[in-house]
Design a protein around this ligand. Structure first.
Ligand code: PEP
Ligand code: MN
Length: 624
């Protein structure tokens, strides 16, 4: 049973509710959520809803229909996001865990960690204790392997995932690992699961070879039941079927089913799932397309010589290619691939900013806020601001360490105002992120499509939904400078003849109805956002510039020649009239390069000679 708490419930009331649950012979577990908090009543005692319904602070007592409670969406409607420092698992990012099947030795493990870390992989795997089908196969290096993993973490900053096989080793493994894996063969080792419930480290729970989804979730429940460990990451790793062409069969059906039944993050292991190296990249991509929160893959410096699972291990080159492909697929699923090489610099010592916050334009629920979360992670504090200028002001004054602004949309083009602000303010571009923008028509509950006469929309949003709006010429369009804000306005007005154009997130936030989802003129509708800060990025492969040239034959050509000579790839060149100077133009240029800092500085030095004005807006890691 769950006891749904009233909003505004007091601490004392919660203590009294917990006491009442204990008196009834059950255990209370408080689950706090953004939308609602509940007390789960767990244990084998028979309890009746009416025993609790009248307690102050309880709004409802509900029976949970599933055999698992704490793992269910009924208890917690919002996604659980497991946080490991700057890494989030679950929510709006896609995590990659990579490494060899087993820790074979110090040299290979450190070399592997170094290569993976250079590619931006944030989590390292490797078994020190190996569950092998044959007792004569390599059984792992044991504690020695754990020490090597800890050394690899020290050297690279990656987080370590490794398997624990028996209850008496949980404490030992937890002393070295960031995430403890419970392997497929141990999914129903209840003593092991109970021991994992006592620690405060996330558990990566693999699906048993012949376990149903409900059995798997009940195993997760074992970890959650004590109320101490709230963090389980589920890992689909293929199940036994009649098919023998591959080692196992990955149950991709499980992804949407799980996302409906549980709030826990779900990742996929296509290495054990297929057992075949060439099958790993396609299934990793399919997993992300099916909604996985991440993938775990085996990688080896020399797969053909691997001590275990060589045939399913990727080479570094294969992984590098896969990461590029996943970077493209993630935004389609409205997520972002989490690579450390694409993150902004850590906060320097002595920085004077008050908060690790990101300013964005609009109300909570705006696309810019989603972009901020996608780029920085769910832990970022987002700070809503009325105007784009406001975002720049908050960053320049140090009120927020970061800002996020849209710069270009695939249907609407460049956001010139933000280019102008980038020139005006002393801030740097520190990164970029691409967001697929899906617009929905949103109205108050009870409003039907045929009741609509007025549309509240951001001009950019209206432009992106031009086809849909053109087919409805009777609607009048009112301009609002914020997508989520337009939802808020019709809600506050109680308008029964109006609708807003915004994201489904904004609809959920204001508890409004989505009348139609996906009204943008082309489904390939992406907005590129820039992250800005007072401090420049650590490094990057992309440079953004704005410059002007003299009004002379060949002037623009002279500048472009510099890029060609330095083998820099121009990815964007756009000209725009300079306000107040008719027939004079500014050029926005983006280029990707593989130059050393020194060569890039030299190239910029030459450019300065051929331009009348030049500003480097930022050197930062590109998003694919
Ligand atoms: C592993 O990930 O190393 C492993 C042995 O996986 P599974 O338990 O899924 O077979
Ligand atoms: Mn393996």
């Amino acid at each position: 049973m769950i006891l749904v708490l009233k909003t505004g419930v007091t601490e004392a009331e919660i203590r009294a509710i917990e006491e009442a649950v204990r008196r009834a012979g059950a255990s209370p577990i408080l689950v706090e959520g953004k939308e609602r908090s509940v007390v789960a009543v767990v244990g084998s005692a028979k309890v009746e809803p009416r025993d609790f319904e009248l307690l102050p602070g309880v709004s409802q007592a509900l029976r949970v229909t599933k055999p698992y409670k704490l793992a269910s969406r009924e208890v917690k409607s919002e996604d659980t996001v497991v946080r490991l420092g700057e890494i989030s698992i679950g929510g709006e990012r896609v995590v990659v865990i990579a490494g060899p099947c087993a820790v074979e030795g110090r040299k290979m493990m450190l070399e592997t960690a170094r290569r993976l870390s250079e590619m931006g992989v944030t989590m390292l795997r490797g078994g020190a204790f190996k569950p092998r089908t044959s007792p004569y196969s390599f059984q792992g290096l044991g504690e020695e392997g754990l020490k090597i993993l800890a050394e690899a973490r020290e050297a690279t900053g990656m987080k370590v995932v490794t398997e624990v096989m028996s209850p008496d080793k949980v404490e030992l493994v937890a002393g070295y690992a960031d995430v403890l894996q419970v392997g497929a063969r141990n999914m129903q080792n209840y003593d092991l699961l109970r021991e994992c419930a006592q620690i405060r480290k996330p558990i990566l729970l693999k699906r048993g070879l012949s376990a149903t989804i409900d059995e798997w979730l009940q195993s997760a429940e074992y970890v959650l039941q004590a109320g101490r460990n709230r963090e389980v990451i589920l890992c689909e790793r293929g199940i036994r079927t009649f098919e023998t062409a591959t080692r196992n069969t990955i149950d991709l059906n499980a992804l949407p089913v799980l996302h409906e039944r549980t709030h826990l993050p779900v990742i996929v292991d296509p290495s054990h799932g297929t057992g075949v190296r060439s099958c790993v990249p396609p299934l990793a991509m399919a997993a992300v397309a099916a909604g996985a929160d991440g993938v775990m893959v085996e990688v080896h410096p020399d797969p053909d010589r691997a001590v275990s699972d060589g045939p399913q291990s990727l080479t570094f080159e294969m992984l590098e290619r896969l990461l590029r492909d996943l970077e493209v697929i993630a935004p389609v699923m409205r997520k972002r691939l989490d690579l450390s090489t694409k993150r902004p610099a850590p906060r320097p010592a002595g920085a004077r900013c008050r908060a690790e916050a990101a300013a964005f334009q609009g109300e909570h629920g705006a696309f810019s806020e989603k972009a901020a979360r996608q780029f920085f992670g769910d832990f970022v504090k987002t700070s809503p601001t009325l105007s784009f200028r406001g975002v720049f002001e908050k960053v320049a004054s140090g009120e927020c360490r970061y800002g996020i602004v849209p710069i270009e949309n695939t249907l609407g083009g460049s956001v010139h105002q933000n280019y102008d602000l980038l020139v005006e303010f002393d801030v740097h571009i520190v990164g970029e992120t691409k967001l697929r923008v899906v617009h929905s028509l949103i109205a108050n509950r009870g409003v039907r499509l045929e009741d609509i006469r007025r549309i509240y929309a951001h001009p950019q949003a209206a432009a992106q939904c031009e086809k849909f709006l053109r087919q409805r010429p009777a609607w009048s369009i009112l301009q609002v400078y914020d997508t989520a804000g337009s939802v808020k306005m019709i809600k506050e007005e109680g308008a029964m003849d109006a609708a807003a154009i915004a994201s489904t997130d904004a609809a959920a936030r204001f508890d409004m109805e989505v009348l139609k989802e996906g009204i943008e003129s082309d489904p390939r509708n992406y907005t590129r956002f820039l992250a800005i800060s007072r401090e420049p990025a650590r490094s990057g492969d992309k440079v953004s510039l704005v410059y002007g040239t003299a009004n002379r034959p060949g002037a623009l050509f002279r500048t472009l020649e510099v890029f060609a000579r330095h083998k820099m790839n121009l990815t964007k060149l756009e000209s725009r009239p300079i306000a107040g100077k008719p027939w004079e133009y500014l050029f926005y240029v983006d280029a990707t390069e593989d130059l050393s800092d020194r060569r890039l500085a030299a190239a910029i030095g030459i450019l300065r000679k051929h331009t009348t004005f030049l500003k480097v807006l930022g050197i930062y890691p590109s998003a694919s």
